[in-house]
Ligand binder design. Sequence first.
Ligand code: BGC
Length: 248
Amino acid sequence: MQIFGVDIGGSGIKGAPVDVDRGELSDPRHKVLTPHPATPDAVADCVREVVAHFDWSGPVGVTFPGVVSGGGTIRSAANVDKGWIDVGARALLSERLGGAPVTVLNDADAAGVAEMRFGAGHGRGGTVIMLTLGTGIGSAVFTEGRLVPNTELGHLELHGHEAEKRASTKVRDDEQLTWEHWAHRVQKYLAHLEMLFSPELFIIGGGVSRKAHKFLPLIEGIRAEVAPAELLNNAGIVGAAMAASREP
Ligand code: BGC
């Protein structure tokens, strides 16, 4: 079955039709730059542009970088325009896509759902924590394969700082940290999460998962396995489409 997936990120809005039985994009993804400010109206126009690029009609799954209620209403917006808060994103996007059925979920939750089915978390029980390191830090927590939605572990405070203000890839770029320095921050964050959750596996995703060989070997002293995401930066698109395929 094919379903369209869109990933709304801090720097780009990207999407493609997805073969949800195989967890693969059916066509190369199309990306537009995230508008600034990333208001609901401006982002909705970008989503329409991405979907229209493929001449798609049918269900669309969309990720959002904030808390999303079960009904598709946005409840937080740390790295996008605050005008999103309390917006019914599902209704807004459906209207902008000519009435197409739309499912909206948190971006890290979508990436986690895809990794658990088709990637590094496949077949894994116990507690698994997926982290997306990007503009912010997103989290998806699974226990025996079931998602606990809308965990916001990127906002955990560590030594007086929000984790995502210390260990996101944006911070690595902004502060021009070496891989060693940044890996040390990620390691401290993982150690803290391990103390709180005792997971069996951490899956590290986000754009930087492409460069996992540069920093994962520098992370030491974590009891849990630490594995790079396998779907790389397509996990959000695939997970969004999977979520939409599960709607009644
Ligand atoms: C948001 C999360 C999101 C993460 C990654 C955080 O700032 O609060 O909801 O998953 O960024 O985009």
